[in-house]
Write a protein that binds this ligand. Structure first.
Ligand SMILES: *Cc1c(COP(=O)(O)O)cnc(C)c1O
Length: 232
């Protein structure tokens, strides 16, 4: 099957999962994750209706950016502070903030560019040593520090990548855990201009339906749309 057919099939399954979770299809966004795929493939997804795409490396995003049709770009991979400047005016959201230092650099660059950047805090939900993201207990303090010091950043919620599992159901408990953290943030009394907690970024090709059932508001789907990636 081609990119268009794949995209439409994932969209349909995402919509059905949204309805199963008591929400409307449009309450859950499908992001097409485009890393290691070509500009032509990305444009095919956009022609099929993709509104949001995600890249996880700054260099790769920048190399494709000029040739991809107008779309909302998200940065979903680990971001080094020295690269923030290059993407600050190109992405609508950064999903992988894991330190005050990074948030402050985003704040500085967003300020210089005259904009407010939406960010998510990445949670290391399985407490895996090899993974990026912060531990659950550090979330509330970090969000308070960011909202206390960053006027050009708006915290929108949290993101997670659960530990690799053989079956989609194995991710469910991690998604439920992340949703709880998200709901905790919603209960906090945060300044309205610096935090609007409405975005829960979780679910990939193997488990996006489970993620939506557990409350995800944006799923990040790569290989189910574009086929398997050729790592070089
Ligand atoms: C690659 C990637 C995805 C998509 O992975 P698939 O399994 O191909 O759907 C989602 N999120 C992040 C952060 C990624 O790096």
């Amino acid at each position: 099957m081609g990119v268009r057919e794949n995209y439409l099939e994932v969209l349909e399954k995402k919509d059905q999962a949204a309805v199963r979770s008591g929400r409307k299809p449009e309450d859950v966004t499908l992001m097409a994750v485009t890393k290691l795929h070509t500009v032509d493939e990305i444009n095919e997804a956009i022609d099929a209706g993709a509104t949001d795409i995600g890249e996880n490396k700054v260099q790769e995003l920048l190399s494709k950016y000029p040739d991809v049709k107008p779309v909302r770009w998200h940065l979903i991979g680990h971001l080094q502070t020295n690269k923030v400047k290059q993407i600050i005016d190109k992405v609508v959201m950064i999903h992988s903030v894991d330190s005050l230092h990074l948030a402050q650099e985003i704040n500085k660059r967003a300020g210089n560019a005259g904009l407010v950047m939406d960010i998510l805090i990445e949670i290391n939900v399985g407490n895996e040593e090899s993974k990026t993201g912060i531990n659950a207990e550090d979330l509330v303090p970090l969000v308070k520090e960011i909202t206390g010091s960053c006027e050009h950043v708006r915290v929108r919620g949290v993101m997670c990548i659960p530990p690799y599992g053989e079956a989609p159901e194995e991710s469910r408990k991690y998604f439920a855990e992340t949703r709880k953290l998200f709901q905790e943030l919603q209960q906090l009394d945060l300044p309205e201009d610096r935090a609007v907690i409405d975005t829960l970024s979780m679910g990939m090709s193997s488990d996006y339906e489970v993620a939506v059932e557990e409350g995800s508001t944006i799923v990040r789907v790569g290989s189910a749309i574009f086929g398997k990636r050729n790592y070089r």
